[in-house]
Design a protein around this ligand. Structure first.
Ligand code: ARG
Ligand code: ZN
Length: 871
């Protein structure tokens, strides 16, 4: 164990900065092993006090420190592992420092590091302190001027803002000077240097300004940036149209790098992307890749206003920019790809990642109150639940008031670092409403359980609906208060037609009932026949819903609920019930036949979107099912789910085969949503057919794989072959590797697929793959492909009764923690849910957490999560 327990940082301890840094001038003399960084900071005291100047700085080799031109000797300043402290500074002065750093040795990929022979940076949240001494906190905004000098072999020299000057220097070197006119916190600083190809385009903004758009990628790859460029232009126009937000610099750049701890980063004017979220062409990228590229390009671009122009006062406010920006990118994707399908996908992600987080020891509020390492709080709760909170706000106050409040927020806070309270205050101001109760969504962790009961009075034609909510305790929050819950409700008749009703005398097809407090009742009148209640339409609040609906009601919804989210959800609910019965040893065969028939009718519906049908066809995931089963038994879930799949495959075989033939693509590949939807449905049909393995199906899958002319179908075929197993799969895997071995992003898919292999011997093979020559634990994409593919995507094998899956994961965490704590820490949460599993498994998971927590020299990142997971 570590000797001193790290001390948490608390929101309640926030103090404004003691000093401001008005301007920041940096000079980088770049060399992979020894980069010199000179900083010239003009600093002013903030308020009346006599505190010393304290700047953050880690892993810096000090060269010199000077105040107003006078070099300080060791008695005049202190340097330790985390800070530079200078006592007795004037109220206003210039600090000049010089340090040396070693980007090549930086495998934590935080600060300045090398990727593929190029220099690049990642500074959010606290990476800038590994570059130079600075007030590395988001509420210190400074104007940056950056001079980059390097050998000419590092062809492109990029930083934030506008290029002011560039030229050659003696000794085969060159330089570029960048100025960013917008004051920004250090976490938005970026620098890139190296050989890169450029894809250039232009866009004229709504006020008629021309903006240069440039995407920089590995040499030879610029064709693969075309889709990202297209997505960028659509994002820029969308933000103008929907939020009235225009881009503000003359230049917007994106750089793709192969070694990156996260998805992407919104540095002002110079976004840096994980190449997996930027590069795409039909041969190497799947439709899911295209979809994610579109949404992440939009996400990072939207941050220009929600993140860069207006940033966070402190890191507890992270959701101020992240939840809001996820909400914005989800709205964009809905406009690009269809609202219902997008909503279903977003809710699937929310449930898989955030609901499971909320059920475990790492549950935390959208705005947490304390942390050891802020990097551990880039979570599904802050991002995805943060977006849900904004969506509810919009539902509660209406579209117009929402837009007014956003306008006020942009007006009032442009150029500042602010808080969630101030954000919400803007909406309170434009509506005149008291949003104090609503604010509890930010402070209370946990997923509320909403229960709905209805009673129909046929004589009076009235329907009474009772709503009740309760939230289970989470760590540190034993008692929970009720939250304002918007519940969107519509009624169907027995035939599935929309049934109008009266609420307070007004005729409606649909309404939002707001549950304020622990429970409420509403009565609708004029309800002509016994209704099927379609509740929580569009998933209007992030809750688990329990209703008194009977299977027959669900079938009515599945057949024709005009709210497509609820139509899909009805199918999922029916499937969940059938799988739990099987897992409990009580298969409901009649029910399964009925379900198969209903799915068949859904597939035959000519009016429905193929992308929607593909979602309809997929059963709830094993992780989703595990959340509903207490305690969870992953083996029983896997078996029961497979058994239902097999029955569906048997029952629907003809329909599925017809779809598989009928949807074969003849024309040229297009990544648009409609074409992607058809491919998704065809691959979903094949996936289901593979649940009833026979030689005939193996031939079909093999043919699908061999005939594929795009990566979506190649992966669809390979996946089906994996489910069928045997020699055909081995041959296809080998073929795939040979064909793609020089394409890292494709080989990531090859590792990930094998991580997800549910067959018996998979665990041994996954362990063996860590010795494969192409496996590289220093590259986060490659590492995550295999390890998350297995630990997240393969519950049946990860939860091996021997505990070997857990041991494998813990071993990886300990090794990776030695050089990349942020990436190592992200794997810890896989073990965090141990209390939810059957006791034999839970004990084994816990033992691995204990082994991790007891390891000497652990990073703060892993220490925090392992100890919290055990608490
Ligand atoms: N702000 C970036 C984004 O939303 C993510 C940065 C992640 N940083 C971290 N330390 N986890 O896209
Ligand atoms: Zn973000």
């Amino acid at each position: 164990m570590r000797t001193e327990t790290p001390q948490p940082i608390r929101l309640t301890d926030y103090r404004p900065p003691a000093f401001r840094i008005d301007t920041t001038e940096l000079v980088f003399d770049l060399a992979p092993n020894a980069t010199r960084v000179k900083a010239r900071l003009s600093i002013t005291r903030n308020g009346e006090h006599t505190e010393p100047l304290v700047l953050n700085g880690e892993r810096l080799r000090p060269i010199s420190v000077a105040v107003d031109g006078k070099v300080l000797d060791e008695s005049e300043r202190t340097i330790d592992a985390e800070y530079l402290t200078v006592p007795n500074v004037p109220d206003s002065f210039v600090l000049e420092t010089e340090v040396e750093i070693d980007p090549e040795a930086n495998k934590a990929l935080d600060g300045l590091y090398m990727s593929g022979g190029r220099f690049c940076t990642q500074c959010e949240a606290e990476g800038f302190r590994k570059i130079t001494w600075f007030a590395d906190r988001p509420d210190v905004l400074s104007r940056f001027t950056v001079r980059v000098e390097a050998d000419k072999a590092f062809h492109r020299l990029l930083s934030n803002g506008n290029l002011m000057e560039s030229g050659v220097m003696p000794g085969g070197r060159h330089y570029a000077v960048w100025n960013d006119p917008f004051p920004k916190p250090a976490y938005l600083f970026a620098l890139v240097a190296g050989e890169l190809d450029e894809l250039a385009d232009k866009l004229v903004t709504m006020s008629g300004r021309a903006v240069d758009l440039k995407i920089y990628v590995d040499p030879g790859m610029s064709d693969r940036a075309a889709y990202a460029m297209d997505a960028l232009k659509r994002s820029m126009k969308w933000d103008e149209e929907v939020f009235g937000r225009e881009y503000d610099l003359d230049l917007f750049m994106i750089v793709a790098v192969r070694d990156f701890n996260f998805g992407a980063m919104e540095n002002k004017g110079l976004n840096i992307f994980n190449s997996s979220l930027l590069l795409a062409d039909p041969a190497t990228a799947t439709d899911l890749d295209y979809e994610r590229i579109e949404s992440v390009v939009a996400h990072e671009y939207f941050h220009n206003w929600t993140g860069d122009r207006i940033t966070c006062r402190d890191w507890f406010q992270l959701c101020l920019k992240e939840g809001l920006t996820v909400f914005r990118d989800q709205s964009f994707s809905a406009d690009m790809r269809g609202e219902a399908v997008q909503r279903i996908k977003d809710v699937k992600t929310l449930r898989a990642r955030q609901f499971s987080e909320d059920q475990g020891p790492l549950a935390h509020p959208v705005r947490p109150g304390s942390y050891l390492k802020i990097d551990n709080f880039y979570t599904a709760t802050i991002y995805e639940k943060g977006a849900e909170v904004i969506r509810m706000l919009k539902t509660l106050i209406g579209d117009e008031k929402f837009r007014e409040g956003m306008d006020l927020y942009f007006d009032r806070w442009d150029g500042h670092a602010t808080t969630v309270e101030e954000f919400i205050r803007c909406f309170a101001d434009v509506t005149g409403e008291d949003l104090t109760e609503f604010f509890a969504w930010y402070e209370q962790a946990g997923t509320p359980n909403l229960s709905l009961k209805h009673s129909y009075d046929a004589d009076a034609r009235t329907l009474k609906i009772d709503l009740t909510q309760a939230t289970a305790p989470t760590p540190g929050q034993p008692t929970k208060r009720p939250l304002p819950l918007p519940v969107r409700i519509g009624l169907l008749d027995g035939e599935g037609r929309t049934q109008a009703f009266l609420r307070d005398g007004t005729a409606l097809d649909e309404t939002v009932v707001v549950l304020n407090g622990a429970s409420t009742s509403v009565t609708f009148t004029g309800v002509e026949s016994a209704p099927v209640v379609s509740a929580l339409r569009g998933f209007s609040a992030p809750v688990t819903l329990e209703t008194d609906a009977q299977p027959k009601d669900r079938y009515v919804q599945l057949a024709g609920d005009p709210d497509l989210f609820n139509r899909w959800e009805a199918g999922q609910d029916l499937a969940r019930a059938l799988i739990s019965s099987r897992a409990a040893g009580r298969p409901d065969e009649v029910g399964e036949e009925r379900y198969a028939e209903a799915l068949g009718r859904g597939l035959a519906d000519q009016a429905a979107d193929p992308a929607f049908k593909a979602l309809l066809l997929a059963l709830p995931s094993e992780a989703d099912l595990a959340m509903a089963m207490k305690p969870a038994d992953p083996a029983a879930i896997h078996e029961a789910r497979e058994a239902l799949r097999t029955r569906l495959a048997l029952h629907l075989e003809d329909d599925l085969k017809r779809l598989h033939i009928g949807l074969q693509e003849l024309g040229e590949f297009s990544p648009d949503a409609a074409s992607a939807g058809r491919r998704a449905l065809r691959n979903a049909a094949l996936d289901l057919l593979a649940a009833n393995p026979r030689a005939e199906i193996a031939t079909l899958a093999d043919g699908h794989y061999r005939a594929a002319i795009n990566m979506t179908d190649a992966m669809g075929g390979l996946n089906a072959l994996m489910l069928l197993g045997g020699e055909a799969f081995d041959a296809a895997l080998a073929d795939f590797y040979e064909r793609w071995k020089s394409e890292p992003l494709v080989i990531d898919k090859w590792f990930s697929l094998q991580g997800r292999d549910p067959s018996d011997g998979a665990l041994g093979r996954v362990m063996g793959l860590t010795a494969h020559p192409a496996f590289d634990q220093k590259n986060p994409n490659r590492l995550r492909a295999l390890v998350s593919g297995f630990a997240t995507g393969n519950p049946a094998r990860f939860h091996d009764p021997s505990g070997a899956g857990y041991r494998f994961l813990a071993d990886i965490i300990l090794v990776v923690d030695g050089f990349n704590p942020m990436t190592a820490a992200r794997f810890v949460e896989r073990l965090g849910g141990w209390r939810r599993y059957v006791p034999e498994l839970g004990a084994l998971m816990r033992a691995e957490l204990q082994r991790i927590a007891a390891t000497e020299g652990l990073s703060k990142n892993v220490y925090e999560l392992a100890t919290k997971a055990l608490a």
